[in-house]
Design a protein around this ligand. Structure first.
Ligand code: PEP
Ligand code: MG
Length: 570
């Protein structure tokens, strides 16, 4: 038996066998060969194998996700059938007398460069497809098995370097009872998705997870971050007991489903859920969410090689509104960049992606993309209390420019006689320190604020939110962070607008009273955290929350604030 502790990112307890997903070694060496025909045949066999794999994936996707998602695989099959693509590889082998792996790599680079040089944005985005199919051919050449997640049939706890959003989404359809990632933390997107699916997860395990063998018996605690491999009988029994207590606690929390969020003396705090897909709104409604405080619309754009059309977006936003039956649904416009990629946009890799060309910066530059989304949102707003939120705002100009494009979207819809709701509330994410500092001015421009603490902490403490090496510096209770939140809430309250927190801090156990005490009026979090937040609030008066917040803000450093908080929690 051995144990280690990493970062608990999605609460819950899991006991199952380990399934280790090994990172495929896709490095390529330029080996010279003599038997050209044999090497060319290896390419042809690998391409044929790739086609069969893709056909299977297409059929699965059609059955489990939908015809539209399956279309991407048809596009991949067409590319693999393209004689130029295959001959590109066989010609390189014949001309340069190099191995098939190297020919595959060079051919991929050539085709990607060709697509990227095209004028048409759609064709540029095809470079990502070339990358995908070439990687598949290369894996076949190297004898690397296809994605292990696709073949899971037994309950297991996954161990991986990190999980892409599509891997994480796939997990939801498999008997995966928990996962451990080597990199990442509470705010990486695999963690966020784990919480919305209610799957216990631990992140940032680094090399500690390296000695876990495939098939090992594992106990995982997604709250404390503790992992125990090959436990003895006594440990297994203790764990089972802990799980029983945990299940009982969850049952007690159920009484908060029908209640509104409020302190013991009735100060209202609206408790809402964060979602990434419209289907998730159903969980939020079922678990007593008083609205959707953050719909990360970018999840509709990720893990695919084309962009969602206005119609597709309209249907998704409408679905979320209908699931919430008149309760507010805040939809954030496209927030890509950082650890979120949209292959269809063919964005260049940047040195500092979290500080780069992202979110509202892209939308204000690529206004066609923005207009399509805004049109879909305005149309969907006929079906509920839909509100539009702009991410990564750093100045008044950005708000005014975004609102200008919103007006253009309304004018276009009106001119085309397409029905929409012109009275949509507009808000911004406050997640860049300068926005918090200038909150008094920004509050005059919008209907609501939502504080994105994931990024606000990252930017104010200058700590990459997904780098586990420096995760010790990522401290939500840093008095500087708390002061920025307090400042933002004060500006909002003085200007009579709502101020929420939709970063992971909102759903962290015990934080609801702190944020309430800082003046926040709404809290949006993973659906699985909402009941506990309501219970936390109901256990304290507003005066107690304010007193606690005051002590934390006045702490001389993060450690002192964390101690005050821990003592207060008891
Ligand atoms: C945040 O930054 O707190 C936030 C909610 O947005 P995201 O995690 O998607 O960056
Ligand atoms: Mg953010």
């Amino acid at each position: 038996m051995f144990k280690f502790k990493a970062i608990g990112v999605s609460e819950g307890l899991a006991h199952a066998k380990a399934l280790v997903i090994r990172e495929a070694d896709l490095t390529v060496v330029k080996d010279t060969i003599t038997d050209v025909a044999a090497e060319q045949q290896r390419v042809l066999d690998s391409v044929e194998k790739a086609k069969k794999q893709i056909e299977l994936l297409r059929d699965e996707a059609e059955k489990n996700i939908g015809a539209a998602e399956a279309e991407i695989f048809d596009a991949h099959l067409l590319m693999l059938d393209d004689p130029d693509f295959v001959e590109g590889m066989t010609n390189i082998i014949a001309d340069e007398k190099v191995c098939a792996e190297y020919a595959c790599f060079v051919n991929c680079e050539n085709f990607q460069a060709m697509f990227r040089a095209m004028d048409d944005e759609y064709m540029q985005a095809r470079a990502a497809d070339i990358g995908d199919i070439s990687q598949r051919v290369l894996k076949n050449l190297k004898g690397i098995a296809d994605n292990a997640i696709d073949t899971i049939t037994e309950p297991c706890i996954l161990i991986a370097n990190d999980l892409t959003p599509s891997d994480t989404a796939k997990i939801g359809t498999k008997p995966v009872v928990g996962f451990i990632t080597r990199i990442g933390g509470r705010t990486s997107h695999s963690a966020i998705m784990a919480r919305s699916m209610g799957i216990p997860a631990v992140a940032g395990a680094g090399d500690k997870a390296a000695s876990i063998e495939d098939g090992a018996d594992l106990l995982l605690d997604g709250t404390t971050g503790e992992v125990i491999a090959d436990p003895d009988d006594e440990t297994i029994n203790q764990f089972a007991q802990k799980k029983k207590t945990e299940d009982e606690r969850k049952a007690t929390l159920a009484m908060f489903k029908e209640r509104e969020g409020a302190t013991s003396d009735g100060r209202r705090i609206v408790i809402e859920g964060n979602i990434g897909k419209p289907e998730d709104a159903v969980h939020v409604a079922e678990l007593g969410g008083e609205g959707v405080g953050l719909f990360r619309s970018e999840f509709l754009f990720m893990d695919r090689n084309d962009l969602p059309s206005e119609e597709e977006q309209y249907a998704a936003y409408k679905q979320a509104c209908e699931a919430m039956a008149g309760k507010p649904v805040i939809i954030r416009t496209l927030d890509i960049g950082g650890d979120k990629d949209v292959p269809a946009l063919g964005l260049e890799k940047e040195q500092n992606p979290f500080l780069g060309y992202r979110a509202i910066r892209i939308c204000l530059n690529q206004t066609d993309l923005f207009l399509t989304q805004l049109r879909a949102l305005l149309r969907a707003a006929q079906h509920g209390d839909l509100r539009i939120m702009f991410p990564m705002i750093s100045s008044i100009e950005e708000i005014r420019n975004a609102k200008h494009v919103l007006r253009q979207a309304k004018d276009l819809l009106a001119a085309e006689n397409i029905p929409f709701n012109p009275n949509v509330k507009v808000g911004i994410m406050v997640e860049i320190p300068v926005a918090a500092i200038c909150a008094d001015m920004l509050a005059k421009e919008v209907d609501f604020f939502s504080i994105g603490t994931n990024d606000l902490i990252q930017y104010s403490c200058a700590v990459d939110r997904i780098n586990e090496k420096i995760s010790y510096l990522y401290r939500p209770l840093h008095p500087g962070v708390l002061r920025l939140i307090e400042m933002t809430a004060k500006a909002a309250n003085e200007n009579g607008i709502e101020v929420g927190v939709c970063g992971e801090m909102a759903g962290t156990p015990g934080m609801a009273p702190v944020l309430c005490g800082l003046g926040v009026t709404n809290l949006s979090m993973s659906a699985s955290s909402m009941l506990a937040a309501k219970a936390d609030l109901a256990a304290h008066s507003y005066g107690e929350c304010k007193e606690l917040a005051g002590r934390l803000v006045a702490a001389t450093n993060a450690t002192e604030a964390e101690q005050i908080f821990a003592e207060w929690r008891g």
